[in-house]
Design a protein around this ligand. Structure first.
Ligand code: ARG
Length: 361
């Protein structure tokens, strides 16, 4: 938590940005700052208006240095759920988020924002994403997503039991204050998943691979004007490589490249046959093809880079320097074919923004 003076200074910076960018009346800004000052002096806290919250969440996306999809920052859909008091209500609102964002495949970038952190209150969603597959370490090796092993153990300690398929959807864990965390199950019928097939390689679908449609990050903290929203899950749509070059391909994730290369009949004994690269391309073609065929929004990395170029131009035209984290912005497939690779970005943290927070388990 910030000291009152730090909080006031952060609030002032945000409110000035807000009134300036939106061309609002400077006199009203002074009035607003006076109100905030009084609130902070009497409670050590202040509350955003609905519109400040909405704009702050959007700008936090615009400032997300790791994200290549920022062109669409201003179209973020914001659900203000700051009134919610119980874990049960919070879960209901997550169910709404999943349905609204999924929108039968026409994905809507969405954020749901819960109560801000204070001396009295804190809400935390323990999951990394609202939808994620479980991972189990067994005597026969790993089942499912190795990224989820630790979290899966926590779920089972809290009484959940997974089926031990490679794609068990994890339950949601919600914690209010320092209370015992509560466990909830997202209803299966609102979860959209995409089976992975390939436009030419007919055997591909027999690998039995799939991925969920919507990536919804739920473990980051949204900070606006010194106020910390510790539970504020958000989503965009996938860029194909996130699934095809990382989730399904990384050797410490689903590790599919040896299997795909084998089925393609490639020489996996020789690095210089570039079997990994060939398998990677087909896997990524399969992911893009499958999402398209299922009518689920997805973007390939070339298009995403072009959109990011447009974002950079628009930001500069608006007199805002573009910050970025090059190591994250370059796509993991054919990076040098995009302009991003050939450019430098200043990885400076501008607020509002989304921040990592310590895992509670
Ligand atoms: N890379 C993460 C995943 O594969 C998702 C991160 C957010 N991605 C996004 N396109 N908004 O699940």
């Amino acid at each position: 938590m910030l000291s009152t003076i730090e909080l006031y200074n952060e609030a002032k910076k945000f409110i000035e940005m807000y009134y300036t960018e939106l061309g609002l009346c400077p006199n009203e800004m002074t009035l607003r700052m006076n109100t905030i000052k009084e609130e902070i002096n009497s409670n050590g806290n202040y509350f955003h208006t609905k519109h400040e919250l909405e704009y702050g969440a959007k700008v936090a996306w615009r400032n997300s240095n790791k994200c290549i999809g920022r062109l669409f920052w201003n179209s973020l859909h914001v659900f203000d759920e700051r009134d919610i008091e119980t874990e049960e209500e919070l879960f209901q609102s997550l169910v709404n988020h999943v349905s609204f964002a999924t929108n039968n495949g026409k994905i809507r970038p969405t954020i749901t924002i819960f109560k801000q952190k204070s001396y009295k209150n804190s809400f935390k969603i323990w999951n990394h994403q609202l939808l994620r597959y479980a991972g189990y370490q067994t005597e026969f090796g790993t089942i499912g997503d190795p990224h989820s092993i630790k979290f899966t153990e926590v779920c089972e300690e809290l009484g959940w039991r997974g089926d031990r398929t490679p794609f068990d959807l994890l339950p949601i864990i919600i914690q209010k204050n320092n209370n015992k965390p509560k466990l909830f199950q997202i209803p299966n019928d609102i979860v959209l998943e995409v089976p992975i097939s390939h436009p030419e390689l007919d055997w591909f679908s027999s690998l039995g691979m799939k991925w969920y449609a919507v990536p919804m990050i739920s473990d980051m903290m949204l900070e606006i004007g010194g106020i910390q929203y510790t539970a504020a899950p958000f989503n965009g749509w996938y860029m194909g490589t996130e699934i095809g070059a990382r989730n399904l391909a990384d050797s410490n994730r689903y590790n599919l490249l040896p299997t795909v290369a084998e089925r393609m009949g490639l020489n996996t004994a020789s690095n210089s046959s570039l079997w990994k690269d060939k398998a990677l391309i087909e896997l990524n073609i399969a992911v893009l093809h499958s999402f398209k065929e299922a009518g689920v929004s997805i973007v390939d990395h070339h298009t995403a880079a072009q959109q990011f170029k447009l974002f950079e131009e628009r930001e500069l035209n608006n007199g805002r320097p573009v910050t970025g984290d090059w190591t994250w912005l370059i796509p993991p497939v054919s990076p040098a074919t995009t302009h991003v690779f050939h450019q430098q970005y200043k990885d400076e943290i501008v607020k509002p923004n989304y921040f990592y927070q310590k895992a509670p388990y």
